[in-house]
Design a protein around this ligand. Structure first.
Ligand code: SF4
Length: 396
């Protein structure tokens, strides 16, 4: 029997300073704890099941590039021991371009990292100041060049649009400047503001900013919508394929680990606050607090906080929500095979309305968002919400 692909997420919560607006699991000023944390990750790996065949590893954070190449290498080696005889297809590490915390590029390369996700965010100094990113555009350019020189052939960059004060022309200029770096993959996220642009511009209220929920902008945000459309045009003209709401890739450079999430593949998450999914009906997550995580892992127990069992209705909804993130959409045949019903029939009225409104299109076996639908993905999903919406679905 062919082994089922499996994926490993490694959460690294350390940051030099914790940005007030961040809602990732992070901790500031504790870089001295990275050796102990690395040991704890290995302790946790040793007690976690190792199902299937490991295909990808992803170090996310936090700032995973605060780990040394040796520390990252220890985790990768331990994973290879837990899942022996596999050819890893992709090992990604998120890196911060700040010179103050310059990543150990050659050490990371030697450790087995194959792909870098670089948090450039913008190449416009005004944007970086507004975001309080702690790095300059020239540092971002330097980090990209250093990673390339160290042998990384697969580099993704993150960019942010919808920043107050960033015009359509500014975004185009920044996007074109970013493409001059020659990234293999580009992720563009809309800034999520909990304050209006006027409120944002007035007092410094860092707690108001949210970019964790990486969805495309809402219809009332016309400028951000125009920026999203411009992104589609500019990246397509440069040869990048739009394959997920926020993701564009050169040929064969799609993010395999993230693609596994969107395809609802099984993954194991280790580290503080990391989530795991068994590929069927159970999702679980670790304790978020760093000290609680360390203590639990060191006792030889999985530092689990809780788990939930997803009923079939929720799984079907998630299959639609994640499937529609992919520009290629959902196969109705595959959906019927898994859930026993055709979403076009189960949610006929809502779906017909979204098709009529030009947000959803059905072509043979495939259901996908239209270009307008990608701007209003959350609204489209309402057509597929089971009645009444369940707590678990609402948590998504
Ligand atoms: S925004 Fe980035 S650098 Fe700031 S605390 Fe969050 S993960 Fe760390």
């Amino acid at each position: 029997m062919t082994p089922v692909p499996h994926h490993l997420y490694v959460h690294v919560p350390f940051c030099r300073l914790v940005c007030a607006y961040c809602d990732f699991v992070t901790v500031g000023g504790r870089a001295d704890d990275t050796p102990r944390y690395t040991d704890a990750l290995l302790d946790e790996l040793a007690v976690r099941p190792a199902p299937g065949e490991l295909r990808t590893v992803y170090f996310g954070g936090g700032t995973p590039s605060l780990l040394s190449g040796v520390q990252v290498g220890r985790v990768i080696s331990a994973a290879r021991e837990r899942w022996p005889d596999v050819a890893l297809e992709e090992v990604t590490l998120e890196a911060n371009p700040s010179q103050r915390e310059a990543p150990d590029w050659s050490g990371l390369r030697a450790a087995g990292v194959t792909r870098i996700s670089l948090g450039v965010q913008s190449l416009r100094e005004t944007d970086l100041v507004a975001l309080a990113r702690g790095h300059s555009a020239s540092e971002a350019r330097g980090a990209f060049a250093s990673a390339r020189e160290s042998g990384f052939e697969n580099i993704s960059i993150d960019l942010i649009y919808g920043i107050p004060g960033q015009s359509l022309a500014d975004w185009r200029a920044g996007l074109e400047a970013a493409l001059e770096l020659g990234p293999d993959h580009v992720s563009c996220y809309a800034l999520q503001l909990a304050l209006s642009p006027d409120e944002w511009a007035a007092p410094p209220r860092p707690g108001a900013l949210r970019w964790r929920n990486r969805m495309v902008p809402r219809q009332d945000d016309e400028l951000a919508s125009d920026q999203y459309r411009l992104t589609e045009d500019v990246l397509a003209a440069a040869g990048y394929r739009h394959y997920e709401l926020s993701s564009w890739a050169l040929p064969d450079r799609e993010a395999r680990h993230n693609s596994a999430y969107w395809a609802r593949r099984a993954y194991t998450g280790i580290g503080a606050g990391a989530h795991s999914y068994d590929g069927a009906a159970e999702r679980s997550w670790n304790v978020r607090d760093l000290d609680a995580y360390l203590l639990a892992a060191e006792t030889g127990e999985r530092p689990i906080a809780d788990r939930e069992v997803l009923d079939e209705q929720i799984r079907a909804f998630e299959a639609i929500a994640l499937g529609l993130r992919r520009v290629d959409g959902i196969s109705r045949t595959a959906f019927v095979g898994e859930f026993g019903h055709d979403p076009m029939e189960r949610y006929a009225a809502g779906v017909a309305a979204t098709v009529r409104n030009g947000l959803l299109e059905v072509e043979g076996d495939v259901i996908r968002l239209t270009s307008n639908g990608r701007l209003l993905a959350s609204e489209v999903l309402v057509a597929f919400v089971p009645e009444p919406p369940t707590g678990s679905a609402a948590r998504r």
